[in-house]
Design a protein around this ligand. Structure first.
Ligand code: KIV
Length: 279
């Protein structure tokens, strides 16, 4: 494995037009696989709530849950930049609380950066966290923690005025000191414009090919999540199908007494067995 990816690499890769790869992970084995595949950054996303913890949104996810999963991920990673996602209400209540919670991802949980959702309204919070020495990734467009305010999970910035607001959000975040910005579910034209306008890399999810990098939820990419799959997801595998087949085969072989076979069992030396049977 190469040297640890840093936020300076992100900035250099934007200048070099070298696309940046990012995926989510929430546990040790997945993080290790993602890291070994050479993915540049691993986001311990609060999508944890949907794809691992069974919540119906990201809103219930707590700091404790995020830190627990970030620690597991960090143990599996040696190269990728590990980014902890700040859950709902961990940064909205006050700036000191936001700085403390952001710091917990780096102090003891093994992340090298944090991500939080929002535009101009979180710029002061971003500034305070970044000036405490904690790299911050922004996230605008479809921000799932704001789902009730947005009126659902829908594409953002389709109207000119909304697109201009997104551009302003990106500029404000860059001025506040983010090292990168996730653009989620925005028209490709808007993402291209924002990417050209800001000096920090944009990482797209449902934002077209012209972002500086791309991120997906690993469970979506692997077909490991049976729930709704948005239009922007490309399924590179169907692990739900594979897992179902394996589980049903196990059940069938146990019922038919085909598992375990002799190759899966242990035996006693003959003389010990004879002694044992003598009673
Ligand atoms: O929580 C998450 O996984 C995310 C990505 C979709 C960017 O925020």
């Amino acid at each position: 494995m190469g040297e640890r990816v840093t936020t300076a690499d992100f900035r250099r890769w934007k200048e070099e037009k070298r696309p940046i790869t990012m995926l989510t992970a929430y546990d040790f084995p997945t993080a290790r696989l993602v890291d070994e595949a050479g993915i540049d950054a691993i986001l311990v996303g609060d999508s944890l709530g949907n794809v691992v913890l069974g919540y119906d949104s990201t809103l219930p996810v707590t700091m404790e849950e995020m830190l627990h999963h970030t620690r597991a991920v960090a143990r599996g990673v040696s190269r990728a930049l590990v980014i902890g996602d700040m859950p709902f209400l961990s940064y909205q209540v006050s700036i000191p609380e936001a700085v403390r919670n952001a710091g917990l991802f780096l102090k003891g949980a093994g992340a090298q950066a944090v991500k939080l959702e929002g535009g101009q309204e979180v710029a002061d919070t971003v500034r305070a966290i970044a000036s405490s020495g904690i790299p911050v990734m922004g996230h605008i467009g479809l921000t799932p923690q704001y789902v009730h305010q947005l009126g659902g999970y829908r594409v953002q910035g389709r109207q000119a005025q909304a697109a201009r607001r997104l551009l302003q959000d990106a500029v404000s975040l860059a001025e506040a000191g983010v090292f990168s910005i996730v653009l989620e579910c925005v028209p490709a034209e808007v993402a291209r414009h924002i990417t050209a306008a800001v000096g920090v890399p944009t990482i797209g999810i449902g934002a077209g090919v012209d972002c500086d990098g791309q991120v997906l939820v690993t469970h979506d990419l692997l077909g490991l999540y049976g729930g709704f799959s948005p239009k922007f997801v490309k399924r590179y595998a169907n692990l739900v199908g594979e897992i179902r087949r394996a589980l049903e085969s196990f059940k069938r072989e146990v019922i038919d007494q085909k598992f375990p076979g002799p190759e899966h069992a242990f035996s006693m030396p003959d003389e010990e067995l004879a002694e044992f049977l003598k009673g």
